[in-house]
Design a protein around this ligand. Structure first.
Ligand code: GDP
Length: 139
């Protein structure tokens, strides 16, 4: 089933000029980038985006990191895009990520782990709506 998922190339990716390299892995995996923009998140935006983690001990560090530089927000389209992108990203901690995944290839640590991808179709829809209008998604 063709579906959409939401992706973020995190500040460690933009800082190291890796956005093209990460996009190449995304596209090679059969996912299509149907919307993309570079933004600098405010603390309010990052805090809202990661609200589910607000009680976690790393929340402050996470918001600080996500606002430490520009990010690239994206909508990806493909067959089972949510699950497919989670596979392509690899485990949250790059030390546990499979060979060939984005996090294995590029991530520096569990915090600075290069990419975000939605974990369900429901969250994908909510996350996409937080950053894109329908007119910006061009499949
Ligand atoms: P994901 O769905 O694989 O991104 O992982 P989670 O939903 O569990 O966590 C969300 C994000 O919080 C991760 O991608 C990391 O950037 C960050 N995070 C998770 N665990 C830790 C941690 O132990 N320390 C820090 N600093 N950040 C973490």
């Amino acid at each position: 089933m063709t579906e959409h998922t939401f992706s973020i190339l995190k500040p460690d990716a933009t800082r190291r000029n890796l956005t093209g390299a990460v996009n190449a892995v995304i596209e090679a995996a059969g996912l299509r980038i149907v919307a993309q923009k570079r933004i600098h998140m405010t603390s309010a935006q990052a805090g809202k985006f990661y609200e589910v983690h607000s009680e976690r001990p790393f929340f402050g560090e996470l918001v600080e990191f996500m606002t430490s530089g520009p990010v690239v927000v994206q909508v990806l389209e493909g067959e089972n895009a949510v699950a497919r992108y989670r596979e392509v990203m690899g485990a949250t901690n790059p030390a546990n990520a499979d060979e060939g995944t984005i996090r294995k290839l590029f991530a520096e640590s569990v915090g600075e782990n290069t990419v975000h991808g939605s974990d369900s179709q429901e969250n994908a829809a909510l996350e996409i709506a937080q950053f894109f209008s329908g007119l910006e998604i061009v499949g």
